[in-house]
Design a protein around this ligand. Structure first.
Ligand SMILES: [Zn+2]
Length: 122
């Protein structure tokens, strides 16, 4: 095991023993409970955080913001159940999953940038 791997596994234990259970995919701030995380989404007020709070109201908007925040194309069916998608383990495992693909294909990156600057569709 490399020292980096050992440092990572130490991090995992620290998180497991902490009170952090859920994490904001946009700013990676950790919270003990989902209701505190939801309060955070509402106080931040930017488009991504607002979208993250809309899972039950507007799932498509939520999905868009979730994928944008995480930098990963998570299939919608993985995000339908409770707060699984905000759990520390889930967020860390999927974080920036698209980064490698983007490096190989710069046109998809510019498309992504273009997409984020589209005005909010009501
Ligand atoms: Zn946040």
């Amino acid at each position: 095991m490399s020292s980096l791997e050992m440092q990572l596994s130490a991090f995992k234990v620290i998180i497991q023993k902490s009170t952090i259970r859920v994490v904001c995919p946009q700013c990676l701030q950790g919270f003990p409970r989902a209701n505190v995380l939801y309060r955070h989404f509402k106080t931040e007020k930017d488009n991504i955080h607002m979208g993250l709070s809309m899972r039950k109201v507007d799932f498509e908007k939520f999905l868009d913001c979730y994928q944008e925040a995480l930098g990963a194309s998570i299939p919608a069916e993985k995000l339908h159940y409770g707060f699984d998608c905000f759990e520390v383990k889930f967020v860390v495992e999927h974080y920036a999953n698209d980064a490698e693909k983007v490096q190989m294909n710069t046109s998809s990156q510019s498309l992504k940038v273009y997409k984020t600057h589209l005005p909010f569709e009501a």
